[in-house]
Design a protein around this ligand. Structure first.
Ligand code: BEZ
Length: 220
């Protein structure tokens, strides 16, 4: 069976977290949520990643984005480890919940299992998976990194901005786009519609095909 992927609804699982037991859909609510797994507590790359996520939490919250971590350790381990995370990244406070999945059930249902890496007891561990879930509880974007490669939190922030722009306007973000830069108008929008939708105007790039499909505009 193919795993959870873009466009799929996140299953409404009951999860044990550092903030108590909850139903996933209740936590997701109507916000964007970053649901991210990591191979294990008290491991080096994960400690750096979760600290950075905590340091960026306010920036995500300002954009209306919630965070939720997951690894296959128990709650006691998570709570002990949080002290290390906060000590390693000065100024970080881990305010987001971390799911405890010691039986490795949730990682399978969320397509977060790492095929190669095992923990010291030979158990399967989660990959560095990161799903950005939309207000409709569907997966809008996924990263799937192996245990050996830490994620780039600036890239996570950047793609959140891109997803929000695309959900608010009929636009997409071009290569290497950064917040504040021009966006492109979706190909499904005709020039006539674009004139109404983007009264600030747009610029069509003159390409050899003369098809007029590369149109830049600026949206706030
Ligand atoms: C880490 O977080 O450093 C890590 C975890 C599992 C395998 C490799 C690295």
């Amino acid at each position: 069976m193919p795993g959870l992927t873009l466009g799929d609804t996140v299953p409404n699982l009951e999860v044990e977290t550092t903030h108590g037991k909850m139903w996933l859909h209740n936590y997701l609510g109507n916000s964007f949520t970053i649901l991210f797994s990591h191979p294990g507590d008290f491991t080096p790359v994960c400690t750096t990643e979760l600290g950075k996520m905590a340091a960026y939490e306010r920036q995500f919250a300002e954009k209306g984005v919630k965070l939720m971590g997951l690894s296959c350790n128990d709650l006691q381990s998570h709570n002990e480890w949080i002290k290390d995370i906060e000590a390693y990244t000065p100024g970080s406070v881990v305010r987001y919940p971390i799911i405890a999945d010691p039986n490795r059930e949730i990682i399978k249902q969320l397509n977060m299992a790492e095929p190669e890496e095992k923990d010291p007891s030979g158990n399967q561990v989660p990959s560095r998976a990161l799903h950005i879930v939309g207000p409709d509880k569907k997966i809008k974007l996924s990263f799937l990194y192996p245990a050996s490669t830490g994620r780039n939190m600036d890239e996570v922030l950047r793609v959140v901005e891109s997803l929000k722009k695309a959900s608010e306007h009929k636009v997409a973000t071009p290569v290497d786009w950064k917040p504040g830069e021009p966006v492109v108008i979706s190909p499904s929008v005709s020039d006539q519609e674009a004139k109404k939708m983007f009264p600030q105007g747009f610029e069509t790039v003159d390409l050899p095909s003369k098809k007029g499909y590369l149109r830049f505009t600026q949206v706030d």
